[in-house]
Every structure is written in structure tokens, then in C-alpha cells.
Design a protein around this ligand. Structure first.
Ligand SMILES: Cc1cc2nc3c(=O)[nH]c(=O)nc-3n(C[C@H](O)[C@H](O)[C@H](O)COP(=O)(O)OP(=O)(O)OC[C@H]3O[C@@H](n4cnc5c(N)ncnc54)[C@H](O)[C@@H]3O)c2cc1C
Length: 331
């Protein structure tokens, strides 16, 4: 999957490429709707990719357990049967109603697209990785926030900065592949699950605590080393590194969605039983959708996505059936 040019018009624009948005993209294709899916992050998968890519998930129907990264790959593969346009690293900013009942959606890069309907699957809002101050200018030149392809780091020295789940998850998954992995954290306490921290320690991954990254250095070929200020050491510590994974967490911001004329309570969008918001042809599903009794889970989001897309199919074409037929009947 790779990000593409913004199409000028789609039947359905999905805002958020987390598990709910990805499943909705599959479902929209099944309902023969052309679809684009926009996400502020450069990778699909929402919270799963950003916060717990290597964790086992035990409560997704049909999988007694599945690693987050594998669930996202399978969702992308399922959606890709219908070739949705992925607009990754872009944010949906403005929504303007058109005379035909559809919407003109403005993105942060200045692009605009017409959408017959909008499905908001924006979770907690748009994610932005917290920056590593010393990493200014190094993003994409040795510093990353995600590790989508582990193999790219084979035989590299990797420094992972952070003390949360994603930092320890990346360290665990890179350990068998990289020449070395070192975790650097500014405190001596970790937010990551204790079991993951224990696993990383048992593997012998060095963990440098009470330490700040003060400089990244390299040449035209890329990153070469990382300098640290470590509280227990008066001299700077220098580590070889071809990659720095800045896993410092994410900020989430509902931001522009708050100005789209929807009913928003406690950072969630109110929907009815069809998943429709206060505006015609704008629906919401997944963590961002609110109704009495809501439970925020991946499984819930999948069901809500199917409900939303089937209702959107009818909103766009009143002659369409709400019930889609069984996918098992389609060859
Ligand atoms: C550590 C952790 C462990 C978890 N474990 C489980 C578990 O075991 N089982 C389970 O069911 N659930 C679990 N969850 C919860 C689960 O991850 C969420 O319920 C699920 O990710 C919600 O999916 P979503 O697609 O609705 O939203 P999200 O995954 O939050 O995705 C929303 C996406 O929308 C994007 N976005 C938002 N606004 C915009 C905008 N304006 N423009 C562009 N993009 C935008 C965001 O960048 C984000 O990528 C866990 C959560 C965490 C944090």
C-alpha cells in the first residue's frame, strides 16, 4: 500500500485509516462504492500501528490471537481488493456541503476532493508523532517514528528512544534482525507493559536510562552516530546508529472535525443506530462514534463500519438494498 495522488471525486471519503476505516474501505468496495481513505500518519493501522504493533490481540473474532502488525496487514490486504486511494500523511481539514448533497473536503496539503458521503473513523483524532528535538532535519534520513519494514534494518545499529509500549515493541521486533538495539529513555521508569520490559531485559538489550539524545550525526549516506547526555556520566556517550526510532508517543487532536457541524460530546461524535451523525451523508464509526452503551473495541468498530457503509450505500442510492447480500454468495 502506498499513498497516492488525491482523486478529484469519490463516492465515499473515509477519515482515518485505523482498523475501523480499513474495514470500512473493504466494505465500501464490496458495496461497489469508490473510496479514498485519508490519515494523518504515514502508515495505516491507527492506534494499533502507532501504539502496539507487536502486541498479541486476543479479542478479534476469528483469531484466537493475532499480532497487531499482522491484523493491520490483513485488513489492508482485504481492503486492497477494491483499490481504495490511500491519502496517507494528510489531514482532512474542511468540509463544505455541495448542492447535490455531497461534500467538498479540503486536505491540509491544499488538495480538495468531492465525496458523495463521509465516514469519520478518526479514533481519538489525528495522530502526530511527538518530535525528538535533537532529530530536527533527520526524519527520513535515519530517524523514523515507525518501523513498517523490519528487514530494512537488518545488520544496522538501531537506537530506540522512548519508554512506552511502542519503544519496547520495536526493540523486541528489531532485536533478531539488527546488529544492535539500544533503548534510550529520559527517566528510569517505563510506561510499557511490565512483561514486555522483562522480555527485552531478558534478551540483553541495553537500556540507558536518565538519558537525553543531544545530537544525531552523519554524512551524505545517512546517520552514523547518536550522542547522549547521561545523568550518571559527565562525558557525552556516543552510540553508533544507522537508525533512530523516535518512539516518544503521539498527540491526538480532534482538531478540524470539531468545526464540521456535528454533535460532539467528550471528544466523540454522536451517531444514531445507522451510524449517521447530525449531518446528512456524514457517518461515524469506531472509537470516535458515541451512543448509549458504546464499547470502544476493534470488534465493535468492525460491526459499526458495516452498518455505516450499508446505510451510506442507501443514502447515496435510495434504490439500493440496505442488506448487502452475503459475501459468501459472491464468487
Ligand atoms: C495499548 C493499546 C492496546 C489495545 N488493545 C486492544 C485489544 O486488545 N483489543 C481491542 O479490541 N482494542 C484494543 N485497543 C483499542 C483499539 O486499538 C481501538 O479500539 C481501535 O484502534 C479503534 O480503531 P479506529 O479505527 O476506530 O480508530 P484509531 O485506531 O484511533 O484510528 C484513527 C485514525 O484516524 C486518523 N485521523 C483522525 N483524524 C484525522 C483527520 N482529521 N485527518 C486524517 N486522519 C485522521 C488518526 O491519525 C488515526 O490513524 C487498544 C488500544 C491501545 C492504545
Amino acid at each position: 500500500m502506498s499513498s497516492v495522488e488525491t482523486p478529484s471525486e469519490v463516492d465515499l471519503l473515509i477519515v482515518g485509516a485505523g482498523p475501523t476505516g480499513l474495514y470500512a474501505a473493504y466494505y465500501a468496495g464490496f458495496r461497489e462504492l469508490s473510496t479514498a481513505i485519508v490519515d494523518s500518519l504515514p502508515e495505516a493501522g491507527g492506534q494499533v500501528t502507532a501504539m502496539y504493533p507487536e502486541k498479541q490481540i486476543f479479542d478479534v473474532a476469528g483469531f484466537p490471537s493475532i499480532i497487531g502488525r499482522d491484523l493491520v496487514s490483513a485488513l489492508v490486504e482485504q481492503a486492497n481488493q477494491f483499490k481504495p486511494a490511500y491519502l496517507l500523511g494528510r489531514k482532512a481539514r474542511t468540509v463544505t456541503e455541495l448542492d447535490d448533497g455531497g461534500y467538498l473536503v479540503g486536505l491540509d496539503d491544499g488538495a480538495e476532493l468531492r465525496a458523495g458521503a463521509i465516514l469519520i473513523t478518526a479514533g481519538m483524532g489525528e495522530f502526530s508523532p511527538r518530535p525528538l528535538p535533537a532529530g530536527d532535519g533527520w526524519l527520513g534520513r535515519g530517524m523514523v517514528h515507525f518501523v513498517p519494514a523490519l528487514e530494512e534494518h537488518r545488520d544496522q545499529h538501531v537506537v530506540v528512544v522512548g519508554g512506552g509500549d511502542s519503544a519496547f515493541d520495536w526493540a523486541l521486533s528489531l532485536h533478531p534482525i539488527a546488529k544492535s538495539v539500544t533503548i534510550v529513555h529520559r527517566r528510569n521508569k517505563f510506561r510499557a507493559f511490565a512483561a514486555t520490559v522483562r522480555q527485552v531485559r531478558e534478551l540483553g538489550v541495553p537500556i540507558i536510562t536518565d538519558a537525553q539524545v543531544t545530537a544525531l550525526r552523519g554524512d551524505d549516506a545517512g546517520l552514523v552516530e547518536v550522542e547522549l547526555a547521561v545523568a550518571s556520566d559527565p562525558a557525552p556517550v556516543v552510540l553508533p546508529a544507522q537508525t533512530v526510532v523516535a518512539a516518544l508517543g503521539f498527540t491526538a487532536d480532534l482538531g478540524p472535525i470539531e468545526s464540521w457541524g456535528l454533535e460532539i460530546t467528550r471528544r466523540a461524535v454522536t451517531v444514531d443506530t445507522t451510524m449517521k451523525t447530525a449531518r446528512e451523508r456524514i457517518y461515524a464509526a469506531g472509537d470516535i462514534a458515541a451512543y448509549p452503551g458504546k464499547v470502544k473495541l476493534i470488534a465493535t468498530g468492525f460491526g459499526e463500519a458495516a452498518t455505516a457503509v450499508n446505510n451510506i450505500a442507501v443514502a447515496l442510492n435510495p434504490d439500493a438494498h440496505l442488506f448487502p447480500g452475503h459475501s459468501s454468495d459472491v464468487s
